[in-house]
Design a protein around this ligand. Structure first.
Ligand SMILES: *Cc1c(COP(=O)(O)O)cnc(C)c1O
Length: 433
């Protein structure tokens, strides 16, 4: 039972370096966050040892008395947090959760609609390189060329024509609100399932800073590690009854919740990761506290402040702003088409972590796109507010204008380091001690 530091100094050193990196830079990748010490402890607990294929009270192995309780606790807390009828907390991550929903609702080759990757959708929403695009027929919808926003009239027109079996409402790089009610009306009109993937905005929804997909959806998936601020993992929430049973599942006796559960296990996964389940329960407990509402609202206020500053510095944003946790910078008006990769690298040099991203109708490739995506969940968790967003916004613009000037980048890195030091993430916590 030797501690990591002496048992494996090599790995211990890498963890220490990563800790140093996050403490002394600003983390603006909108899908990242910093979990609490309590979540880390649950993740590192003895639950990592257990096998528990099946569901609470219906397992295939012995020794489940405490695993059952912790999984039931996670489910109850998630139900309370989102007002979901049925919850499955076993998916290993967001992509497997989405795969399970495809398994549950569609047959191979069935038609569905999803927001195109280039317009802010996720790979699992029908990209040709992903299972979703390879095994099912995706009819993508796009944002409007002028407004760069989703136009539900266009979605509706395509849905009436194509008659998809499922419509996905979701975002991964779209800086505006999703109108779940509007999507639901389309789904009802064409007899399609409504599947919302709220991976990016789950924390905002739980904290009341974004409209909820309930009761306007049949199935909802979310990762637990983004704005929701839990461990890496995911969950699926759904209605119990299958609204479209008569239309699509004439032979099946299963209701919707049974379709989803059996798609996860035994359809797709083996044993759930019980340590992650315990950590999910902890994170949902945290999200039920009143402070979480303030955190969610501050994420949005910070994103607005960052957007305003970056625009004031002369950088164009997709949709000219944001109303969620993320902004998408369009570098084309700066003459930096296809320079996203270089800019991302320059930001790294300056201690600012974000990611290159395509902008809608980007003429450049996804490897060298023309956009940069950043978001405020992680900086909000460490306590930064609007005034820090102004400092960071100015720094971002300075990097964009000096991305090939190493001495400027080094200077910005020093400023970012000084700023970061005032907002320790894991104060006094030697993770390795
Ligand atoms: C992050 C994300 C996923 C995938 O989650 P992983 O845990 O990375 O597999 C799926 N959908 C959306 C909308 C996401 O943002």
């Amino acid at each position: 039972m030797e501690p990591l530091e002496t048992k494996d100094p090599k790995v211990a050193e890498l963890i220490r370096k990563e800790q140093d990196r996050i403490e002394h830079g600003v983390e603006l990748i909108p899908s990242e966050n910093f979990v609490s010490k309590a979540v880390l402890q649950a993740l590192g607990s003895v639950f990592t040892n257990k096998y528990s294929e099946g569901y609470p009270r219906k397992r295939y192995y012995g020794g489940q008395e405490w695993v059952d309780e912790v999984e039931e606790l996670a489910i109850e807390r998630a139900q309370k947090l989102f007002g979901a009828e049925h919850v499955n907390v076993q998916p290993y991550s967001g992509s497997p959760a989405n795969q399970a929903v495809f398994f549950a609702l569609l047959n191979l080759g069935d038609k569905f609609m999803g927001l195109d990757l280039s317009c802010g959708g996720h790979l699992t929403h029908g990209s040709p390189v992903n299972f979703s695009g390879k095994n099912y027929k995706c009819i993508p919808y796009f944002v409007d060329k002028e407004t760069e926003r989703i136009d539900l009239d266009v979605v509706k027109k395509a849905a009436m024509q194509e008659k998809p079996k499922m419509i996905l409402s979701s975002l991964t790089a779209y800086p505006r609100r999703l109108d779940f009610k509007g999507f639901q009306e389309i789904c009802e009109e064409v007899g399609a399932y409504h599947f919302a993937d709220i991976s990016h905005i789950a924390g905002l929804i739980a904290g009341g800073a974004h409209e909820s997909p309930f009761p306007f959806t049949d199935v909802v998936t979310t990762t637990t590690h983004k704005t929701l601020r839990g461990p890496r993992g995911a969950m699926i929430m759904c209605k119990v009854e299958d609204r479209l049973h008569d239309k699509y599942h004439n032979d099946s006796q299963k209701n919707l919740s049974q379709l989803v559960d059996s798609a996860v296990f035994p359809g797709l996964q083996g044993g759930p990761h019980d340590n992650a389940t315990a950590a999910k329960a902890v994170a949902f407990g945290e999200a039920l506290q009143p402070e979480f509402k303030e955190y969610a609202r501050q994420i949005v206020r910070n994103a607005k402040a960052l957007a305003d500053e970056v625009m004031a510095q002369g950088i164009k944003l997709v949709t000219d702003g944001t109303d969620n946790h993320l902004i998408l910078m369009d570098l084309r008006p700066k003459g930096l088409t296809g320079k996203g990769k270089e800019l991302q690298h320059a930001m790294d040099e300056a201690g600012i972590t974000l990611n290159k991203n395509t902008v809608p109708f980007d003429p450049a490739s996804p490897f060298n796109p023309s956009g940069l995506r950043c978001g405020t969940p992680a900086v909000t968790t460490r306590g930064m507010k609007e005034s820090e967003m102004k400092v960071i916004g100015k720094a971002i613009a300075k990097v964009v204008d000096n991305y090939q000037n190493d001495s400027v980048l080094v200077k910005i890195r020093e400023e970012i380091r000084e700023l970061s030091k005032q907002f320790p993430i894991y104060p006094g916590m030697g993770i390795l001690k």
